[in-house]
Design a protein around this ligand. Structure first.
Ligand code: 2GW
Ligand code: MN
Length: 318
């Protein structure tokens, strides 16, 4: 009867099987058994970009993954993702576009908490949210120096990770606010610890990376070390890994501060130092943090998160 059809795992997942070998490399034994089409060899492959680091961290480019499989896996775990963003002083003007576009493109179909750190809670716009998505406004103090505003993000993300994020989300994604989402940013980015290739340096030589080069700074990276130059405006991982990263970066900043040193690119420099010695387990291509001042090169099949032009005089008062 029908009871023989009972399946404890009542799922179906239909897609083209990944292939381990090029058809020309198949040993005779496998050739005899082949009946599937051989067109999709090494499923979804890019040969024009690096897809894997020497420490086996995937580099996420469009065309290298199947989002259907990934979405199913993360939905099954009912994962909640926290997106942290800072809007201090006039930077609240960026929130509306940021949140609106995040509703369209960020982690669609998954649970999301937006954590908005601001000194002006009354200026946080009321953006309509889809089911399973929440805005949490976290009131924080303002710092007079912009460098401090940017750098204190490490300290704040760290202390809220311990107090709050650890109880509410599995992963944290920490980004700049002067940005808009422009295409899908989904669970393909999630991993224990991830960073993003900086759009200005993704193809640059090690020597030209703008790491902190003064040995006196805790962010110092010698000229013969380092893999990539990562962007300060997009990193993340599990709450535990982000906790560890932000703790180290904040502590390194405090050591420097006591000596009257501030790294050349503030928090970005400390983040880069951290990633030299604590390698990310996944790396996002510059699709995930792009600046149209750089044009749109062939290798970019999607532009997912885009820097907004800033009116430096009016917005920043640098
Ligand atoms: C920043 C610079 C000058 C004047 C004001 C501010 C400012 C920054 C502010 O008034 N209010 C505020 O909330 N911020 C936050 O800091 C906001 O979240 C913003 O996205 C972030 C970094 O500042 P931003 O986006 O103006 O600087 P970028 O786009 O040049 O950022 C890169 O370099 C920074 C360090 O200099 C960080 O590493 C950042 O992650 C990088 O993308
Ligand atoms: Mn920015």
């Amino acid at each position: 009867g029908n009871h023989f059809l009972f399946s404890y795992f009542s799922f179906r997942m239909i897609y083209t099987k990944p292939q381990t070998l090029k058809p020309s490399q198949l040993p005779p034994y496998f050739l005899l058994l082949q009946c599937d089409s051989k067109e999709n060899f090494l499923f979804h492959r890019r040969s024009d970009v690096l897809m894997m680091t020497p420490w086996f961290a995937p580099i996420v480019w469009e065309g290298t993954y199947n989002s259907e499989i990934l979405n199913e896996q993360f939905r099954r775990r009912n994962v909640t993702v926290g997106l942290t963003v800072f809007a201090i002083k006039k930077y609240t003007v960026f929130l509306n576009k940021f949140l609106e576009t995040a509703e369209t493109y960020f982690m669609v179909g998954h649970r999301v908490n937006y954590y908005i750190f601001t000194d002006r809670p009354e200026e946080v716009p009321k953006v309509p949210l889809k089911e399973g998505r929440n805005v949490v406004v976290l009131q924080v103090q303002n710092y007079p120096r912009w460098q401090e505003i940017s750098m204190r993000r490490m300290e704040l993300i760290n202390s809220f990770s311990q107090q709050r994020f650890i109880n509410e989300v599995s992963y944290l994604v920490c980004v700049d606010v002067d940005m808009r989402f422009n295409d899908q940013v989904g669970v393909e980015i999630l991993s224990n610890l991830f960073g993003t290739l900086h759009p200005h340096f993704y193809a640059a030589e090690r020597q030209s990376f703008t790491y902190e080069r003064r040995p006196a700074s805790q962010a110092y990276v010698p000229r013969d070390e380092g893999d990539f130059y990562y962007a300060g405006g997009f990193f993340g991982g599990t709450v535990m890994e982000v906790y560890k990263l932000t703790k180290k970066c904040h502590e390194a900043m405090m050591v420097d501060k006591a000596k009257g040193i501030e790294a050349i690119w503030q928090d970005e420099s400390y983040l880069n130092k951290y990633f030299v010695y604590y390698k990310p387990t996944k790396i996002l291509s510059p699709e995930y943090l792009w600046d149209d001042d750089l044009g749109r090169p062939e290798i970019l099949k999607k532009i997912r998160f885009l820097a907004l032009p800033k009116n430096h005089a009016a917005i920043r008062n640098k």
